[in-house]
Design a protein around this ligand. Structure first.
Ligand code: HEC
Length: 217
């Protein structure tokens, strides 16, 4: 590219940038403000808004309000599983009404998700089939997952009894509990999941590293 052409290009770019800045800055007549009076669309000098007399950070959250969010379960031993119970038979009915549309009949796969049954022992070969039965190391994970997120279009709308029941149904379909089993806070952690010992602890040296926030080497 010739020097003359380059200069022309630079000059054009300059004009373009200038005109853009003018737009962002807003003209002298621009006076749009937010609902609380903060000038909008101005990057140039503008009035400083007086601070409110105290920060408005809301108010302390009560234990009661927190309870709805505090739903995690310690899955190896089931600590945090709520009261309630549900049988395989009850779970089958709930499954048909609330889950089958996406997950298919008998949880063998539907229009939205693949199978949730089987695959046990498939991890040493190919293809691997990941299901709650083949993958989860502890049964309470199933409760936690379903209570938190399923049915996907209406999460957290099921009672603890319903979640125990569909969990029981899925565990039974995977051959892990008998058809007359009932799941509750005591029985669920006792279910032996086949992949219980299939996870490795990550013991690479950097997992032991001491956290450093300043002057790190
Ligand atoms: C609107 C569709 C929809 C409905 C209804 C629905 N699910 Fe799901 N479900 C999904 C999708 C999509 C995923 C995969 C989500 C992901 O991988 O992030 C999923 C994942 C799951 C998983 C995890 C599977 C795995 O392999 O780890 C379980 C368990 C599950 N659903 C149970 C249920 C149960 C029980 C119900 C009924 C109470 C239900 N779902 C209803 C769409 C749905």
């Amino acid at each position: 590219m010739s020097l003359a052409k380059r200069k022309l290009l630079l000059a054009l770019t300059g004009i373009f940038l200038l005109s853009n800045c003018a737009n962002i800055g807003g003209g002298p007549g621009m006076s749009a403000k937010s609902a609380s009076g903060i000038p909008l669309g101005k990057s140039g000098p503008h009035e400083v808004q007086p601070l409110p007399d105290k920060p408005r950070f809301g108010h302390p959250v009560s234990e009661g309000d927190l309870a709805g969010w505090n739903i995690d379960i310690r899955t190896p031993d089931g600590l945090g599983l709520p009261a309630g119970r549900g049988s395989v038979a009850e779970g089958r009915q709930i499954y048909v009404a609330k889950c089958a549309a996406c997950h298919g009949a008998d949880a063998k796969g539907g229009p939205v998700y693949g199978t949730m049954v089987g695959g046990i022992g498939s991890f040493k070969g190919s293809p691997r089939v990941l299901t709650p039965g083949s993958m989860y190391p502890y049964a309470p994970i199933l409760f936690d997952y379903i209570r938190r997120s399923m049915p996907m279009d209406r999460p957290q709308t099921m009672s603890a009894n319903e979640v125990y029941a569909v969990s029981a149904y899925l565990l039974n379909l995977n051959g892990l509990i008998p058809a007359d089993a009932v799941m509750d806070a005591q029985s669920m952690p006792r279910v032996q999941m086949p992949n219980r010992d299939g996870f490795l602890l990550d013991d690479r040296p950097d997992t032991q590293a001491v956290r450093c926030m300043t002057r790190c080497k």
